[in-house]
Write a protein that binds this ligand. Structure first.
Ligand SMILES: Cc1cc2nc3c(=O)[nH]c(=O)nc-3n(C[C@H](O)[C@H](O)[C@H](O)COP(=O)(O)OP(=O)(O)OC[C@H]3O[C@@H](n4cnc5c(N)ncnc54)[C@H](O)[C@@H]3O)c2cc1C
Ligand code: SF4
Ligand code: SF4
Length: 623
């Protein structure tokens, strides 16, 4: 975009949108939670502009303008996805939908709620608390947005009882690339096209969610099994009982070992386990009768602890800071043979995988295979990262379907959508977005910035061949990774910066972000700046100044998905920056007075007082 074009666009939207042009701030919008080292070499990941529209009209003007001028648009929610869906591939504009977060209308009689899609699931549930209503299902990333979950996965907590997200939405409103807005109802054939397609056909503006009465109780129970096979046999038999269970989650032994590391005690048995949530006493009794003699029952407080941890699935205490995950939806029947085969491959590479699964209906399981790596150890990391598509591809042989698509799963697109559906999608894309401005060069096929020479590697056939080669080379890779390279003594800041998984959970509770709306003040982005500083890269005084806009309230610490000691990290980071640039005393003074006079801040404080007082971990007991 040349400067004239930018000026014209800014004139068009006026004060109805916030425009971000600073170099470092735009760079913050070039990433998601995935850590793929060569992304910047393949794509133009840093947007030319970032725009936060404050109204539908402003968003409409931007989309119309982009369509006329053929400027690429990349919508984004909370960027908690990791397959590149929200990452720019070409020069263009990132549309940060954070301000499109209104709760529009509650219909108590019909038990529905209309929301703008920039709203986060946690905010909706918090709103519903006083209405005696509740969401039907929600993602473990409770802090992610409605629009983001529509465009990506749609399976999460409660999917056993309520199924996929598309069955929990009555209608959506979509802003199409032409600039027109249309309503699409769940009864229409095209409704399903907007789910899991990464914003390819339009920006989803609102969703009318189906709700349910707030459950009276939460009655989680965890049953230990002797093996994955026992655990899945237990699950299959439980499904046949047809109880009114809300959620079923499988955790393997190494996952529980990690949970023990977080708890700091050997409280949980290091065994495979099934966690089952009932919401009515009668159903709980039926479940306990069923479970009798089929495995050992964990103490209630441990089951409660793990149920609470459903919203913190990434807490890790392992020595390596970078989680890599392969996700598939697979027939329950095939989970165990698949897991056995996957573990054999991982073992040959000297990698330990942790497995977690949400049962998402009577026949399917969403499986997540995670392994820990270290992005700083670049050679070993590349070897680790190739394991992800290897495990995904292996899953296909067991009837599995890759979960998300984004950029990195495009080579599997034809395994995810059968031919007919893929053709319908393609035709629809050319109908509604003939200029290919929405999230281009992903989902359908990847095109990189190198005259597509490197993009050829993403062609399904070529990609499969590469994966095949990677699989054949597994034993060699295994030997290469074994001698673990130790890192030099690290400061707390360094450790924290490299252990941040960029999930963004912390941004939702950060009062500094709430009041300033500055991406750079969010904990994850302060840690990104810290990384740059530690790597000796240039940072500016104005970016440094923003780091000091922090109350040291510790809310980020409370919700951190990786249990990081963030407040101590802020102290260290601020000291480093103060030594280099000085403390921005005036900016801090203005920030404090902005906070003091912010109604939003005080509403937030009162809403979170009870949350802050929650005990961090259950009382220690011997198991
Ligand atoms: C700790 C953790 C737990 C997770 N648990 C789950 C889980 O239980 N289930 C699950 O499915 N996923 C899960 N995820 C993955 C991720 O959180 C989900 O995909 C999430 O719902 C994405 O929402 P987001 O707001 O972060 O979207 P983003 O990551 O910002 O965007 C994702 C995609 O949606 C598009 N998009 C965003 N908003 C719109 C819109 N309004 N209209 C059109 N397109 C749009 C973007 O362009 C992009 O392609 C988890 C991630 C983390 C870090
Ligand atoms: S300590 Fe600072 S960064 Fe953390 S939540 Fe509070 S204001 Fe935000
Ligand atoms: S600081 Fe913690 S909560 Fe925030 S992005 Fe990093 S890992 Fe997630």
């Amino acid at each position: 975009m040349d400067e004239n074009l930018k000026a014209r666009l800014k004139g068009l939207i006026g004060s109805d949108a916030r425009v971000i042009e600073g170099e470092f701030e735009r760079e913050l919008y070039s990433r998601d939670i995935g850590e793929v080292p060569f992304t910047k070499r393949l794509f133009h990941t840093t947007p030319e502009l970032v725009i936060l529209p404050k109204s539908v009209e402003a968003l409409q003007k931007i989309v119309q303008f982009a369509n006329e001028e053929k400027v690429a648009l990349f919508p984004r929610g909370s960027v908690s996805s990791g397959l590149g869906g929200a990452v720019p591939t070409v020069k263009g504009i990132v549309l940060d939908l954070s301000f499109m977060n209104k709760i529009v209308e509650l219909n108590e009689e019909k038990e529905t709620l209309k929301v703008q899609t920039g709203v986060r699931w946690s905010e909706i549930e918090s709103f519903l608390q006083s209405e005696n209503l509740s969401l039907r299902a929600y993602p473990s990333s409770f802090f992610s947005t409605v629009g983001g979950w529509i465009a990506t996965g749609g399976y999460g907590i409660g999917s056993y009882r309520f199924g996929h997200l598309k069955y929990q939405i009555e209608s959506i409103e979509v802003l199409f690339p032409s600039g027109t807005v249309g309503s699409v109802n769940s009864g229409e054939e095209k409704f399903a096209r907007f789910f899991g397609t990464e914003g390819q056909f339009g920006i989803v503006l609102t969703a009318t969610l189906k709700l349910r009465k707030k459950p009276e109780k939460s009655l989680p129970h965890m049953i230990y099994s002797e093996s994955a096979e026992d655990a899945f046999n237990f699950i299959k038999d439980l499904i046949k009982e047809d109880l009114k269970i809300y959620h079923i989650r499988y955790l393997d032994a190494s996952h529980l070992e990690e949970a023990n590391a977080v708890l700091g005690d050997g409280l949980l048995g290091a065994k495979d386990a099934v966690l089952v949530e009932s919401e009515e006493v009668a159903e709980e009794t039926r479940f306990l009768d069923f479970a009798e003699g089929r495995g050992s029952l964990a103490d209630d407080y441990l089951s409660n602890y793990l149920w609470h941890e459903r919203l913190f699935p990434m807490k890790r205490r392992g020595g390596k800071p970078t989680p890599l995950a392969s996700e598939l939806v697979i027939p329950i029947e095939n989970t165990v043979p698949y897991l056995n085969a996957a573990k054999r491959i991982a073992e040959r590479r000297g990698v330990e995988i942790q497995v977690e699964s949400h049962i998402v209906g009577k026949e399917k399981a969403l499986l997540m295979l995670t392994h820990m790596a270290d992005v700083r150890d670049s050679k070993a990391y590349l070897i680790h990262i190739t394991l992800v598509p290897v495990l995904t591809r292996l899953g296909l042989k067991f009837g599995g379907v890759p979960y998300g698509v984004g950029i990195w799963n495009t080579p599997f697109i034809k395994d995810k959508c059968e031919k007919k559906r893929f053709e319908i999608y393609k035709t629809y894309k050319s109908e509604v977005d003939p200029r290919n401005i929405l999230n281009p060069h992903k989902f359908f096929a990847v095109r990189t910035k190198w005259a597509n020479i490197r993009g050829i590697t993403f062609k399904p056939l070529v990609f499969r061949l590469l994966i095949q080669l990677a699989t054949l080379a597994t034993p060699i890779f295994g030997k290469l990774t074994r001698p673990k390279e130790e890192f030099k003594e690290e400061s707390l800041l360094e450790k924290t910066a490299y252990s941040c998984i960029k999930c963004g959970s912390c941004a939702t509770v950060c009062p500094a972000y709430l009041v300033t709306n500055e991406e750079l003040v969010t904990p994850k982005n302060k840690l990104y700046l810290a990384k740059k500083l530690l790597d000796g890269e240039e940072i500016s005084k104005s970016d440094s100044d923003k780091v000091f806009l922090c109350t040291h309230c510790g809310m980020c610490r409370e919700v951190c998905q990786n249990d990081l000691d963030l407040v101590a990290a802020w102290t260290e980071l601020e000291k480093m920056l103060a030594d280099r640039f000085g403390k921005p005393k005036e900016a801090i003074k203005d920030f404090v007075s902005a906070i003091e006079s912010s109604d939003d801040y005080w509403r937030f404080v009162y809403a979170n007082l009870s949350f802050k007082n929650l005990p961090k971990k259950p009382l220690a007991r011997t198991f």
